[in-house]
Design a binder for this molecule. Sequence first.
Ligand SMILES: *[C@@H]1O[C@H](CO)[C@@H](O)[C@H](O)[C@H]1NC(C)=O
Ligand SMILES: *[C@@H]1O[C@H](CO)[C@@H](O)[C@H](O)[C@H]1NC(C)=O
Ligand SMILES: *[C@@H]1O[C@H](CO)[C@@H](O)[C@H](O)[C@H]1NC(C)=O
Ligand SMILES: *[C@@H]1O[C@H](CO)[C@@H](O)[C@H](O)[C@H]1NC(C)=O
Length: 392
Amino acid sequence: MMSYSAWWLFALAASAVSANDCSQDYDIISQDGINDISQCARMSGNIRVASTNLTTLHLPNLTVLRGDLFIKDNDYLKSVELPRLLRLNGALALFKNGVLETLDTPALTYLRSLEAVDNPQLKNVGFPAELRDIDLLRLVGSRVIKLGGIKPQGVGSIEIVDNPEMDTISFNHLVKVHSSLRIANNHETCSLHLPSLTNIGRGLELAHLRIVKAPRLESVGGGVHVHDNWFEEIELDDLTEVEESVRLHNNSQLRVFSLRALERVGGSLVVYNNTQLESIADLDELETVNGDINIRGSFRTLSMLQLEQTAGRIIIKSTERLDCKDIKKNLAIKPASDKWVCQEEVDRNEVIALAESDQSGGKNGAVQPTPGWSMGIALGVTGLMSIVQFLF
Ligand SMILES: *[C@@H]1O[C@H](CO)[C@@H](O)[C@H](O)[C@H]1NC(C)=O
Ligand SMILES: *[C@@H]1O[C@H](CO)[C@@H](O)[C@H](O)[C@H]1NC(C)=O
Ligand SMILES: *[C@@H]1O[C@H](CO)[C@@H](O)[C@H](O)[C@H]1NC(C)=O
Ligand SMILES: *[C@@H]1O[C@H](CO)[C@@H](O)[C@H](O)[C@H]1NC(C)=O
């Protein structure tokens, strides 16, 4: 026998299922397909719009989508308009839509992931209602100048790469990136502002940037890879722990780098081919490096007073005068002679490239391709998996 309250709940649930609730997967191939779902307000299922001749995808009544919205290879599609969409509990994927300019989501506040890849004309993407939560943000190959309205405190992973007009990236509220953060190859004046960020769960890659501000960053659970940037200085003076290697190279304007709080590096610490580098702020908190220390540049002093443990070699080379005896004397450890190389007034060639023998090395070796980034890819792939399953 059904109690009164249970009956009441049952009636409520039944009445909530109306003609505006649609639950199935939709594969849209033409305007007719859009007309079929344009009355839907709440949808459970995936919507796939691939290889159509549509110029506009307009879903006026959609407010909640529990599923993925997958939009790929639409050669004429100029805009995606979702004026009432509040929540998208799935992936919003935009792949290879050659003329797509606008993604209009004025009401959206929750989105599990946004992956926009190879939409070379895409320039209008914004979230005026403000996203508070997002697991994966990938913007690759677009014309977006600025990303507005993304204000979560935590994000799974972020990749913003190959957007030739992107010139400011700011995540003012972001405190944690649970997986990887990768910013590379955007506009040559691109600046990155992460005023609240304290932790990154996996790798960090920063490339082709003019300004980087991450003054509160404390720990990185993967590697830190900073290369081919145009800034003159980088200060990560709260950074204490890096799980894998720290690599800093090809930064043609870099004069000063400062990692004053750095205590532990789980891999190697490698610095080379920063041809203007003239000063390395003291690494006096550095206690442990579980790989090589290989620092090359045009500096006159280098201090590592607390260094207690290093699993690899210590290689220090400068084109300037350098007091190697003094540096060695001030180390807290006494490195074995086959693990200690310190040379002053070396040839320029020796500071712009690593020796062949320094290139090898396993987990803790000197060179690893984009440390820690693999997890970001894995996460991206997980996002894609659901889409791929749906496709085939
Ligand atoms: C959208 O919803 C309103 C009422 O909620 C309805 O009157 C209208 O016909 C719907 N639009 C479409 C295109 O179905
Ligand atoms: C797109 O347009 C072309 C040329 O008008 C036509 O051949 C093709 O069948 C159309 N594709 C779809 C999915 O309607
Ligand atoms: C450093 O610059 C050289 C020459 O331009 C390039 O081949 C190399 O890939 C760069 N390193 C990285 C990690 O970008
Ligand atoms: C050093 O970095 C610059 C970019 O800053 C690059 O153009 C150059 O090719 C690099 N040199 C080597 C030997 O990788």
